[in-house]
Design a protein around this ligand. Structure first.
Ligand SMILES: [Zn+2]
Ligand SMILES: [Zn+2]
Ligand SMILES: [Zn+2]
Length: 344
């Protein structure tokens, strides 16, 4: 089988889901949207932004004059913390099933500066963000009712981010959400079968092949995973086997800030615009067991495909069957690696 030419499907060993790859289609003529994108620089401070220092949020709360990172409970939280765990199964038929989902939703501003992004912040400025993530994870993980802590960032209007001010969200939940549940199952199976960690072995193999690696430093590696669905999807993995952020050494925190800066600034070079994405960290569930199988990593899912405005849609066969991509993960990695090597 020729991975660069033949239509094939690849298995995502972290989720046990497949992706169809159609390399022969990557050259077909494009007849759709060709609009160009105008980007207007953001101001350093926006009086109408509810995340800027000193400004008013929903319900009349004033933000402090914060100077580094700033954390608050989401004013429009999707989940509520103080709910009893109850489940519902109408007529015990196993068909209409529901349960309460207690949870905590917080917002973390990365910087008081409205105009910055991870891509334009310095490593010195991103490091306190990493420390804030560590502190938040530790605090939420310690709560009896919380079994999983999801830290994620939606960047860009295309990804539904309602505000350009650099920020992320935390949703800490009583249940383990679907994506990490699938990864828990695959990592546990691999660990039981081989007595080794799936991602430790995968990262070692990717390092050896050196085909899909985009950037690396002492503690982290960023690569287009073999099974990537999104055109420029990236997986960032720690080199050392650690299960969550509180296990990071000070040097590893610095390395994480460095690779995040590298990856996001590389993304902005792909089409010469601030690159939209959803990213998030997958850390071991906080449900009690030690989780020796779990390996700390982050996913970046950017939607852009061919230009600043042409995005990939998950429609048709992808919605009803299996996700599919044309440009191979290897070609995407070549392009990102070349851009990562150029100066800012
Ligand atoms: Zn702002
Ligand atoms: Zn590992
Ligand atoms: Zn993951």
């Amino acid at each position: 089988m020729k991975l660069a030419e033949d239509p094939h499907r690849r298995l995502n060993v972290l989720t046990n889901e497949w992706v169809v790859v159609s390399p022969h289609r990557a050259t077909r003529p494009w007849q759709g949207e060709v609009a160009t994108l105008q980007t207007i620089p953001e101001p350093v401070y926006d009086p109408s932004c509810y995340l800027c220092p000193g400004n008013e949020r929903a319900g009349g709360v004033l933000n402090p004059q914060y100077t580094s990172t700033f954390v608050f409970e989401n004013d429009f939280a999707a989940l509520k913390p103080n709910m009893a765990r109850e489940s519902l199964d109408v007529d015990n038929a196993g068909l209409l099933i529901a349960e309460t989902e207690p949870g905590i939703c917080r917002v973390i501003c990365f910087s008081p500066r409205h105009d910055l992004t991870l891509a334009t912040m310095s490593v010195d400025e991103i490091e306190p963000v990493v420390h804030t993530w560590v502190g938040q994870f530790r605090e939420l993980a310690g709560l009896e009712a919380i079994n999983h802590v999801q830290i994620f960032e939606n960047r860009g209007a295309m990804m539904g981010a309602s505000n350009p001010h650099p920020h992320c969200q935390i949703w800490a939940t009583a249940s383990i959400p679907d994506a990490p549940s699938k990864e828990l199952a695959t990592q546990s199976n691999y660990f039981q079968k081989h007595r080794r960690c799936l991602l430790c072995d995968y990262v070692e193999l990717e390092s050896k092949q050196n085909v899909r690696v985009v950037a690396e430093n002492e503690a982290f590696i960023a690569l287009v995973p073999f099974w990537a669905i999104w055109p420029f999807e990236l997986l960032i993995s720690s080199r050392r086997h650690l299960k969550d952020m509180p296990e990071l050494t000070p040097q590893e925190s610095r390395s994480l800030a460095e690779i995040l800066q590298k990856v996001t600034s590389t993304y902005d070079k792909v089409f010469g615009v601030p690159f939209p994405y959803s990213m998030g960290f997958h850390q071991a569930p906080t449900d009690g067991p030690p989780h020796p199988e779990w390996h700390f990593h982050a996913h970046f899912y950017p939607p852009l495909l061919r230009s600043a405005t042409i995005r990939k849609f998950m429609v048709g066969f992808e919605m009803l069957g299996t996700p599919q991509r044309d440009i191979t993960p290897e070609i995407a990695a070549d392009r990102l690696r070349a851009l990562a090597a150029t100066r800012r």
